[in-house]
Design a protein around this ligand. Structure first.
Ligand code: HEM
Length: 410
């Protein structure tokens, strides 16, 4: 193994890795690169100890082999065991997990998601209206942190615009508010979602994914699943798409603000958009890693794994594997990406990927149209944080020539 002097300073990330350490947040890119290049299975002493799997091929193999690498021990260290709220289907294994995916899948297909386009565009322009006259904005605070929640509650659940602020605030506090308030905020979110599901149970069906959740599927034992399981599914659909997409949108704005030549190329040529969005998703891979529990003794990249060991599969590191991505730490909007590791592999591959792509595409289009000279404000560099499984951008201040509001005012 390479000595620590040749790697990111301040900590031996190979034997004492910590997803939450300030050293990782600080030297993020170098640490990911070091893991992939020199230590494909690192170890952490945190939370009872876990392994970090970083190369594309190994991450893919573990994610596909759900019988050896179970999701039922929790998505992050310390979550296993009975009791406590869960997130489903991410903390389930097939065949119960498959039953949920089969039921929900049709509502998250590219075609189904396309039908949301007009509504998402309205949300995007509503948020841009909120700051366009100012010429300067914290893009995370006023756009990226809001759009995914507005799309979920407004576009998918049909919560009226006027009722959005409190549930948006609770979701925001739960995802990225001060640590000490997050538990309480999650309770508020779960209470809202529970109330929403109960209200919908009394209404005629709308042929949406809420009908599917209410109908439920057979659980592990072949019985109709419990109410709690239905709530875990709705919560996962919310939690899976908020912080992740926020980071992606902020990342796109950062790139456009700092790379005028790419901005001009994208403004000129729409055919570059889908490839560029895929590249932004790879580079700004918001899910750093998610957990699996070994169900039998095995080996990953030469490292022995015992039954019960906890592994974090690093999707963000796999996105920086030079075997698949030349110059992986650079954004190349013309790069061809066959399968994006940012969304995982195998049975748990992200169900919301087409929503994220559509939100990103419409945001790109409206930014190019309405904020064509976006630039980084002086001192407005991104502020990053890591929160166990995720990478976040907490602030990004940009400037632009002020424009006019276009739409609704509430
Ligand atoms: C850029 C945005 C996004 C990224 C990077 C992302 C990433 C991921 C990853 C890596 C997984 C795999 C979990 C695993 O293998 O254990 C996943 C699963 C999941 N994602 Fe996303 N996601 C994004 C957006 C969304 C959105 C918008 C939704 C909203 C519906 C969503 C909902 C979910 C759900 C429910 C799962 C669990 C699927 C299962 O376990 O079968 N995600 N996502």
């Amino acid at each position: 193994m390479t000595s620590i002097e040749e790697t990111a300073p301040g900590r031996d990330h190979f034997t004492d890795f910590d997803l939450d350490s300030p050293e990782f947040t600080e030297d993020y890119e170098q640490v990911l690169g070091d893991l992939v290049a020199k230590c494909p299975v690192a170890h952490s002493k945190v939370a009872g100890g876990y392994y970090v799997v970083s190369r594309y091929d190994d991450v893919r193999q573990c994610a596909q082999d759900w019988e050896t690498f179970s999701s039922e021990g929790g998505f992050e260290p310390g979550r296993g065991g009975e009791g406590g709220a869960k997130l489903y289907p991410v903390e389930l294994d097939p065949p119960y997990q498959t039953r949920w995916r089969n039921a929900l899948g049709p509502y998250f297909s590219p075609r189904a998601i396309r039908s949301r386009e007009a509504n998402i565009r309205e949300q995007v322009n509503y948020l841009i209206d909120g700051f366009i006259e100012k010429g300067r904005v914290d893009f995370v605070e006023e756009f990226a942190a809001h759009l995914p929640g507005r799309v979920f509650f407004g576009s998918f659940l049909g919560v009226p615009f006027s009722e959005l602020p409190p549930i948006q605030k609770a979701t925001d506090d739960a995802m990225r508010g001060p640590m000490e308030g997050r538990g309480e905020a999650w309770v508020a979110v779960a209470t809202f979602l529970d109330g929403y599901l109960r209200a919908r149970q009394e209404e005629p069906p709308r042929d949406d994914f809420i009908d599917v959740i209410l109908a439920g599927v057979e659980d592990h034992d072949g019985n109709p699943c419990s109410w709690d399981h239905k709530l875990y599914v709705l919560t996962d659909l919310l939690a899976g798409g908020i912080g992740t997409t926020t980071y992606l949108l902020a990342g796109i704005a950062h790139h456009l603000a700092t790379h005028p030549e790419d901005r001009a190329a994208l403004a000129e040529d729409r055919s570059l958009w889908s490839g560029a969005i895929e590249e932004f998703i790879r580079y700004y891979a918001s899910i750093v890693a998610l957990g699996r529990t070994a169900t039998r003794p095995t080996e990953v990249a030469g490292q022995s794994i015992a039954e019960g060991d906890f592994l974090m599969l690093s999707f963000a590191a796999a996105c920086r594997d030079p075997k698949y991505f030349e110059n992986p730490h650079e954004i190349d909007i013309r790069r061809k990406i066959a399968v994006n590791p940012a969304f995982s592999f195998g049975p748990h591959r992200c169900i919301g990927s087409h929503i994220a792509r559509l939100e990103a595409t419409i945001s790109l289009e409206e930014i190019l149209r309405r904020l064509p000279d976006l630039a980084l404000a002086e001192g407005g560099e991104p502020v990053y944080s890591n929160s166990t499984i995720a990478r976040n951008m907490d602030s990004l201040v940009v400037t632009f020539t002020p424009g006019e509001r276009e739409g609704r005012t509430e």
